[in-house]
Design a protein around this ligand. Sequence first.
Ligand code: SF4
Ligand code: SF4
Ligand SMILES: [Zn+2]
Length: 266
Amino acid sequence: MELEIVEQRENYVKFILSGVTPTFANTLRRMILSEVPTMAIDEVIIIENTTPLYDEIVAHRLGLIPLKTDLENYVRPELCSCGGQGCTSCEVSLTLEQNGEQDIEIVFSKDLLSQDPKIVPVYPDIPILKMAKDQKIFLEAIARLGRGLDHAKWQPVSTVSYKYFPCIEFNLNNCTFCGDCVGVCPRDIIKIENDKILAVNVINCSLCNQCVDVCELDAVAVSTTGSDFVFIIESTGALTIKNILIEALKLLKEKAKEFNVLVDEF
Ligand code: SF4
Ligand code: SF4
Ligand SMILES: [Zn+2]
């Protein structure tokens, strides 16, 4: 198995994972989407809301604000020693109190005050609602660890996808350099230069097969190895991508161990 990082920015990574089966690639994707826990607002106690936005909409918007997550000091309520009653190991309280002092005022995610300075909104400038002068919002929001399996608000990523790594080959005995495949390729992969045909930036090929379809001489073939994958992960910022991968693999290992124990009991 090999891993090669192709592109890395804050909360974004593109890498090639080689020497694995499609099942493993998909399992990794599913573990990230469904099992890696993050913090999200799970309960909202509205004390006062005279803004035009209904309580339910405010609560829904709060739930979707990504929160920085600390997996070392918090556990999911169902796994907590308090039995899910709520304690400092499984819950964080955030409060929001804002009075409209101007004609139009926007309440942002940074206005949420957390009891734990480590569990705060990832982005401070997410608008929650607009209020007019003399309107008021006062609420307490309880954040808990949860999994994407239970609600998308707990997914650690906005996207995790993979595709087969493309292989593009030309049969130079058949090719007439007519350029038809160059014209149809939506990703500018195929180039003809000085009577040579070549594929560039192959990783960007979408495997659409338009080049194959347009070539009447069967001079181009698009295939995959079946064991090399291009992964793209975009984190919500709740966890770093490295931590998301480490946690996904740790959970996968735990599941495999659990399965092993069950098999031993046959
Ligand atoms: S369409 Fe076929 S023949 Fe024409 S340049 Fe492409 S590979 Fe060669
Ligand atoms: S499969 Fe599609 S994207 Fe890939 S080289 Fe052919 S036309 Fe371009
Ligand atoms: Zn608890």
